[in-house]
Design a protein. Structure first.
Length: 340
């Protein structure tokens, strides 16, 4: 699952009758936070929390790779050439994953779980390790997005592949929560789950929700750029927090499925802003996998608003894509983030 390095910058001040409500709790091995503007006619916070928790419980039951009774794990246990009926949003996310795989020439792949387990980053791992060539080749035989097929309401596998939605499930959860809040009549909110977020509308004082993008430095978070966000999902993927070292070499949890091993380029983190948190989540992972050159080319070609953080000597260099700079032109004056 991608890791988001963001700080929410909140201001005080309310219109008469409006208030800023906040609910939070555990989810997906991490936490969630929902902040929203409550009007006198709006739902009670207790109702909002029940709705949010219900959505997150459903996400867990469908997509979790850490519970044996989830729909995903039931599918993963099926042998080759079998199908399983799936809810519409599971099939939707498979379709999103397939498109991201095609755009990245197979670098991104929802069926990468056997490799994650082998290297020690997956739900069935037995500890971090550098696998042997034989172990790697055996695992790679069970990886391949082209082995998945959607047949009506069923998801089918042509080989004994296992799917892992951790790269996009949290973004999907954020979108579902946002849609539910709007259905309840809540028009201004900031939703965050496991670091993925989406902001819509304004705070009670009329100011925008503000997000402080952060840069990595010696495994610390240093705020560098504050931007106003309205109607965008935001996701950051980084390779410098979840990793292990062996024989002086560093291995991150970010995998290129074409190689069957962690990436080894100089791109440390990518932040993507998109109308949906799902697509921001997915693209931040794709760009991080592809690296500073291929990832940048894909981001520019698809007009993605993104900030790339690349290692340079003993520090980091941050560069923003044209789409980011067009929407947030103030970044061109920032000392940390440069528009290209």
């Amino acid at each position: 699952m991608p890791i988001l390095m963001l700080v929410l910058v909140l201001l005080t001040g309310c219109k008469p009758g409006d208030s800023l409500e906040r609910i939070s709790g555990p989810t997906m091995g991490s936490s969630y936070t929902v902040q929203y503007v409550r009007t006198p006619q709006g739902p009670a916070p207790q109702q909002v929390q029940r709705e949010v928790q219900g959505i997150l419980a459903g996400i867990d039951q469908r997509f979790s790779t850490y519970r044996s009774d989830s729909l995903v794990e039931t599918f993963n246990r099926l042998p080759a050439n079998r199908c399983q009926r799936m809810p519409a949003d599971v099939l939707e996310l498979v379709g999103v994953g397939q498109r991201l795989s095609a755009q990245s020439n197979g670098a991104f792949d929802l069926t990468v779980e056997p490799l994650l387990d082998l290297w020690g980053f997956g739900p069935q791992s037995r500890g971090e390790q550098v696998p042997t060539v034989a172990q790697l080749e055996h695992a790679r035989q069970r990886v391949g997005y082209h082995q998945l097929r959607i047949d009506g309401e069923q998801l089918c596998k042509q080989a004994a592949v296992e799917i892992d939605f951790n790269s996009i499930a949290a973004g999907h959860a954020v979108d579902l929560i946002g849609e539910r809040l709007q259905a309840l009549g809540i028009t201004s909110f900031l939703v965050e789950a496991t670091g993925e977020l989406k902001a819509v509308g304004h705070k009670p004082d009329g100011s925008a929700w503000q997000i402080a993008l952060e840069l990595p430095r010696d495994d610390q978070q240093i705020a560098s750029e504050v931007i106003a966000v309205d109607g965008f999902g935001v996701s950051t993927s980084g390779d410098y927090r979840n990793y292990f070292e062996q024989n002086g070499r560093r291995y991150s949890h970010t995998f290129d499925a074409r190689l069957g091993r962690p990436v080894s380029h100089e791109l440390a983190a990518v932040t993507v802003l998109a109308p949906s948190a799902l697509m921001a989540d997915g693209y931040s992972t794709v760009l991080l996998i592809l690296g500073p050159e291929q990832g940048w080319a894909l981001a520019v070609a698809h007009h993605l608003a993104a900030v790339f953080v690349t290692r340079s000597g003993q520090g980091f260099v941050s560069q923003a894509t044209p789409a980011f700079c067009q929407h947030w032109p103030q970044s061109g004056r920032a000392s940390k983030v440069k528009c290209m």
